[in-house]
Write a protein that binds this ligand. Structure first.
Ligand SMILES: [Zn+2]
Length: 411
């Protein structure tokens, strides 16, 4: 890989050659892919990328850590729409609001970006089996992307994973182990099994390449805005890998000279489960918390990638903010009704946090904000109904309908 210099430990600084199945540093620290930006600049430019007819995350290949002959995995991941939402912007009292609908990826979440990268690297390293633990979306996306590429998968999920996500796993042919325990216990079991059976590891905090897939959401936002960053990017934070990836993406573009300023990151967690936000706000080491929110994808009490995430929030001059489950349900409703975008609870948690900050007057009126919707609401219809309510139930009788209609008009 001519564009990659090495992998560097974020804890002790030790450098490693970029092997496709590299995991963590000897010291236990997480590795980070270090690029040669001069090389990237010599082979690409904003203009050359914008001229590409590859409408997937792989249009950013100069910024991705893969060998030149590595094949792009089959599913169409990335290049999700960035919608401008003028009515919502007005309601929130900001200049511009953009919604990045990453629920439109093939398995309906942003995690497809990491899984596409994971599949490419597993094949590069010569593996035929790949495994991960996940609160749900990483698992279903791995299962789908691996199925399309002809790889076997072993997936570990906590038993509380929503049935929509488990159904995806089974449909994609994964061997699914539903662990009677929380996310941390699920993660530990998967780690032991991966060590024992020698599968390719698609756990985002251990495999440093996955974040490089996730960062493409930031590359897309910048390109879709005409190669510039918005003032703020709001998104939900669970394990920490996504927000760390978003920051890496913007910093890559900045380092290569493709954009001339960086955004501030708004990290949104649940009031009940917010270890990364507390650490970012106080500067104290993070502490484990209970896992207690309807937003299952970010219900992570023991984050696996806290350091990169905390650094992303602090270094960007960002804002950590926490929301209640009710505020998340309200954001599901509003995002659906105002924007026509159906996000799962964690998918709209970024919007819930932005709404709260705007109400508190913490976002300047001239700001532009991009909100990432990280997963589709059809994965969790129970909470969709909880947010939006039941339909009007009625006999097939026009007189009765007229009565209902008049009542609705009177409201
Ligand atoms: Zn180290």
């Amino acid at each position: 890989m001519k564009n990659v210099k090495c992998l560097r430990c974020i804890k002790c600084g030790r450098e490693y050659e970029a092997a496709p199945d590299a995991t963590t540093c000897e010291c236990g620290g997480i590795l980070d892919v270090v690029y040669d930006y001069d090389y990237i600049r010599s082979v690409s430019s904003p203009e050359s990328i914008s001229a590409s007819d590859n409408y997937t995350m792989w249009r950013y290949r100069p910024f991705l850590p893969v060998e030149e002959d590595t094949k792009q995995p089959p599913l169409r991941v990335g290049w999700s729409p960035l919608y401008e939402e003028p009515r919502m912007a007005e309601k929130l009292g900001i200049r511009k609001l953009y919604l990045k609908d990453d629920g439109l990826n093939p398995t309906a979440s942003l995690k497809d970006r990491a899984s596409s990268m994971g599949v490419a690297k597993a094949i590069e390293a010569g593996y035929d089996t790949i495994s991960c633990s996940s609160t749900g979306n990483a698992a279903s996306s791995l299962a789908g992307n691996a199925a399309a590429a002809g790889l076997k998968t072993y997936i570990f999920v906590p038993e509380r994973a929503p049935i929509g996500k488990v159904a995806q796993l089974k449909i994609f042919g994964a061997t699914v182990i539903s662990v009677k325990g929380n996310y941390e216990e699920t993660f530990e079991l998967s780690k032991q099994a991966i060590d024992e059976y020698g599968w390719y590891n698609r756990n985002a905090a251990i495999n440093c390449y996955l974040m490089e897939g996730k960062k493409t959401v930031a590359l897309e936002i910048a390109e879709q805005l005409g190669w510039q960053a918005p003032d703020y990017v709001a998104l939900s934070t669970g394990d920490g890998c996504t927000i760390a990836g978003v920051w890496k993406g913007f910093k890559d573009l900045y380092s290569a000279g493709f954009i001339d300023r960086l955004p501030k990151l708004i990290s949104v967690q649940s009031v009940n489960t917010c270890p990364i936000n507390i650490a970012a706000r106080t500067g104290e080491p993070w502490q484990p918390m209970e896992e207690n929110t309807i937003a299952d994808s970010i219900s992570v009490g023991v984050p696996r990638n806290p350091d990169k995430a905390i650094n992303a929030i602090v270094e960007s001059g960002g804002i950590p903010v926490e929301v209640t489950d009710d505020e998340i349900l309200e954001a599901m409703r509003v995002t659906g009704r105002e924007c026509g975008v159906f996000g799962e609870p964690a998918g709209v948690t970024g919007m819930a946090g932005l709404t709260k900050l705007c109400a508190e007057g913490k976002i300047p009126a001239d700001a532009s904000v991009a909100v990432i919707v990280s997963g589709n609401g059809l994965k969790d219809t129970a909470n969709g109904i909880k947010a939006a309510g039941e339909p009007i139930r009625l006999e097939p009788d026009m007189d009765k309908f007229r009565k209902v209609f008049e009542e609705l008009q009177a409201k």
